[in-house]
Design a protein around this ligand. Structure first.
Ligand SMILES: [Fe+2]
Ligand SMILES: [Fe+2]
Length: 222
């Protein structure tokens, strides 16, 4: 857990008040170094990963989530993206990932699931919550927790993503909407994007949508 007391750090014009234990600092430095080396051939992906880490940390502070776990998850979430789609498909098959449809159709959701299975051996210091957040950062899941939501939203709104009306709307909601609502808007926006583009929608997404919609409806009526 991040300590309460800490020095302020300038971040995009805002001061972010967060500090880590020496052990956490060492681990974050090691992960950053590893990611920088691993994604060296993909500089834009590396820049995105570093940006997601910062955004996830900022969201975590805003919503009372552990910023250390958010930062670690952000750094590692696209680890598998160094591989081509065909390599990702091969890795998914080796790992026995079965999504009930041809994996080629849903290749875009595989990289998080693969990373979540491969990376724990490399970073046994990190808890299962980090791997769950990484596993569901593209597909979402019916059991999204706060850390999962932070990573999902950070991935979609990090400042290197080109401005677009839906993304700017989400960015403006940070700190004003609840984390659940921010995630919901981001998730639904993602589905809309897939539908409007005429792309294949992973059938599991419909189940996730319905489970989350029912949960939200239940909350609204309670
Ligand atoms: Fe990703
Ligand atoms: Fe990403």
């Amino acid at each position: 857990m991040a300590k309460k007391k800490g020095k302020s750090r300038e971040k995009g014009g805002e001061k972010l008040r967060v500090s880590y234990t020496p052990k956490q600092q060492v681990l974050l430095a090691r992960i950053t170094e590893d990611v920088t080396e691993h994604l060296a051939a993909k500089p834009r992906r590396l820049a995105h990963s570093l940006s997601v880490a910062k955004t996830a940390e900022r969201l975590a502070v805003a919503y009372g989530v552990d910023p250390f776990l958010a930062r670690a998850a952000g750094l590692l979430h696209d680890w598998e993206k160094v591989c081509s789609v065909s390599e990702q498909l091969a890795h998914a098959r080796e790992l026995g990932i079965d999504l009930g449809v041809e994996l080629e159709l849903v290749h875009s959701v595989l990289h998080g699931m693969i990373a979540a299975r491969v990376l724990p051996a490399r970073y046994p210091e990190l808890p299962p919550a980090v791997w769950h957040a990484i596993a569901v950062h593209t597909s979402a899941s019916a059991d999204m927790g706060p850390l999962d939501e932070v990573l999902f939203v950070a991935d979609g709104i990090e400042p290197l993503r080109p401005d677009s009306p839906p993304i700017e709307r989400l960015r403006a909601l940070v700190g004003r909407a609840s984390l659940d609502d921010l995630f919901w808007d981001s998730f639904v926006g993602g589905i809309t994007y897939v539908l409007e583009g005429g792309r294949y929608l992973y059938p599991g997404t419909i189940d996730v949508y319905n489970a989350l919609a029912a949960r939200r409806a239940g909350r609204a009526h309670s």
